[in-house]
Structures are given as structure tokens and as C-alpha cells.
Ligand binder design. Sequence first.
Ligand SMILES: Nc1ncnc2c1ncn2[C@@H]1O[C@H](COP(=O)(O)OP(=O)(O)OP(=O)(O)O)[C@@H](O)[C@H]1O
Length: 407
Amino acid sequence: MKRAFLIYNPVAGQENPATILGDIALKLSEHYQLTVVQTKPDVQPEELAKQALKEKADLIIASGGDGTVGAVAGVLVGTGLPVRSSSTMLRAALHPTLITDRTCPSAGVPLGIVPRGTANAFSVALGIPTHLDDPTGFQNAAADVILSGHTKEVDTALVTTSEVTDYPMILLMGIGYEAEMCDAADRDLKNALGPLAYVISGAQKLLTASNFKATVHVDGETAEGEVAAITVANAAPPFSVLAHGHTGECIYDDGKLEAIGYVAEEGGVTAKVSNVVNMARLFSGVMFSDDPVQHEEKIFGGRYSDIKIECDPPQKVVLDGELLGTTPVRARVLPSSLRVLVPPPAAPTAEESAEVVHKIAEQEGVDEAVAAIVVDKLGVPAAAKVVEDSQQVADKPVVAPSTEQSR
Ligand SMILES: Nc1ncnc2c1ncn2[C@@H]1O[C@H](COP(=O)(O)OP(=O)(O)OP(=O)(O)O)[C@@H](O)[C@H]1O
């Protein structure tokens, strides 16, 4: 029987861990030789995860908030072979400065997650069910994801501040307003209010928020400016609006980090109030509103693999919801470095299958019966991807060689 370790933080979230984890442990024990261990104020998840690896764990499950999940994930990053998949090798070849020894640590021992925290941002970003999705069926849903064995390789990053070197990041780091907000949302406030704690602490911080000068070095280029907040994100749930940048998408498996700065308006008290009100909406308002947030002119940023940020005056850095240290800070992406158990994709419906068969038949000029055999062999998702890729090639504007030459 394979060995699984369940590492849980008893003080995370608002629910009783025994109720949730008892059922899940029972279900997992039917398939794994399961060891359940609990974090303590002086026994951190990293230590327990390292011990589990020493004991030849085939699977490590983290249960708690993003702090616990991130700490266990950090130990699992790169537990596979130095360079594994062809895409990782390709990225290593394209970005030789990314990792100094020119190898990418690859995903190895898979990470299972039983989200029991306040925000569970990593689980939400990856589509892993949380108790907020389904309070009654949560135990079953969480165990089913783990038992499905379906994994996804995701990027992570290493973050270095004045105080720590190469600290693993799974979600995002915040500098400025967001860092102050997370720092102020303490355990008692989170216990009492849940996710609302971040909104309350955010509101408190609005009163004292101030702008700062930032110098940002990204993939060999440098930019400078006055900002109120900077976010560097690897993965982010939809409600972390700023982390999604101006593209509206934070992609956790593209080998890049989404860096985004909130540009502070020049001016006096009115401008400052307008800044902080906008930030409040960006960070928290969307949790309670369906209104789209208009933030296009307020932000700058892009996707990078290596980001260095210096601030004047130095700013707090919050990483994955916990205070990490102060600027200067550097974040480097580690592409495809963590394997996570996620829900398997939903089986395609009969209509979806028929549509793909129809498109392949049309595109390739073959009979639908022949197309159906191809779709059956490839599987519907892979066949749909073939159709999509050929469509993209067909849609690309073609520049005639004669036009090029005549310029
Ligand atoms: N047994 C324990 N007793 C007290 N504190 C603990 C214990 N185990 C872990 N911690 C602390 O819990 C924090 C991590 O909490 P975690 O992120 O898992 O949950 P959360 O704060 O409820 O969730 P979220 O990050 O979503 O707000 C760390 O600061 C860690 O030191």
C-alpha cells in the first residue's frame, strides 16, 4: 500500500478540524497507509513534510490555510528529477539565467490539499473544492479529489528579501497596502470574522496608507515610479483582482509571474482618498459586489520570470498571506515545479463530443464516421484542442512574400 501523510494545522480556519478530517482520513485509509500529524506552535509544516519525505511518502496532504499549504508545497517543490518534462527543458533552455545550475527542479511527490483556512486562495485558484462551495459535501469532495489521482504541474517561485533567501511562494506576494492589510488581519480577527477580517483590516490600513517610490527590475529592464501597492502573483483566485493584472488572467502554469503595480495619483488629500478608495475596491469590494472594477488606468505590469523590487522607504512584504520581511525583494519563477492533486476535468457531454466530431469532419473533409473514430482514439479534450489549434493557424493573418519585399 502506498504511504500518505496528512499534515494539518489545528488552529486554521473556523471549523472543528476533528469533524472535517476524521471523515476524510477514514476514506483515505482505505487506499493509503495514512499517517496523520499535526502542526504545533514550535513544529512547523515544513519540518513535518521533510520528515514525511524521509519516511518515503508517496503523497503528502496539507490541511489548513494558505500558510500551511504553501509551507508543505515549498518542501515538495523540485522533489522530482532535476529536469523532467520536455516543456521544462525547453523553458530552461529559453531562460538560462532563471535557475543558475541550468536545470529546473521539477514536480515530484504530489501535494493533496484539504482547504480549511480563511481564504483558501490557492485551492480556489486551482479549482479545488472548499467548504464554502459545499459545506455539507465538503469532506467527500476533498477526499474524492485526492483519490482521483488526477494531478496538474504548476509553477512556484522563490522569493528573497532582506531577511530570507529563496523562500517558496505558491500564490502571491504583496508590497505596500496589501502587505499592511494581511499583516493587520490577525488570528483573533480571522477566527471571529473569516474572510471579512481582511476587509476590516484593509479598511483600518486605508487611514494610514501612503505611497512609496519603487524601482522594479524585470527580466533585464528597469522601471521607476511612485506606487501605493505592488503584487507579484504566481496563482490567484478570481477575488484577488489586482493579482490578475491588466490582462485579467493570472496563469499558474505559464512559467511566468504576473507583476502589477498600483500607480498612486499625484495630488493632495482628495487624490489620496481616491487612491485608497480605489484600492479598497480592488482588494476587497469585489468579494461583495458583481460590479466590474474599473482599474485599467490605475495599474501597470506584465508577465516576467525574474523580478527585483527596491522601495524607498523599504516596505513590508507579505507572502502567501504571511508577513515574510521587507524590501528589497526578488522573485524568480520555477516553472512546472509542483505537482498538485486537482479535480479531474468533467467528462464531455454527448453534445460536446458530437460537435468536435462534426468540426473534425468538416475541417479534414472526411466522413463523420471516420472523424468519430479519430475522436474516440484521441479523446474529446485532445481532439477539441486539435480543432482549436488548426483554427488559430487558419485565423492568423498571412503576409504575402511579395508585400514584404515591396516595402
Ligand atoms: N498548532 C499551532 N498552534 C498555533 N499556531 C499554529 C499552529 N500550527 C500552525 N500555526 C500558525 O498558523 C499560521 C498558518 O495558518 P494558516 O495559513 O494555515 O491558516 P489561516 O491563517 O486560518 O488561513 P488563511 O491563510 O487562509 O488566512 C502560521 O503562522 C503558523 O505558525
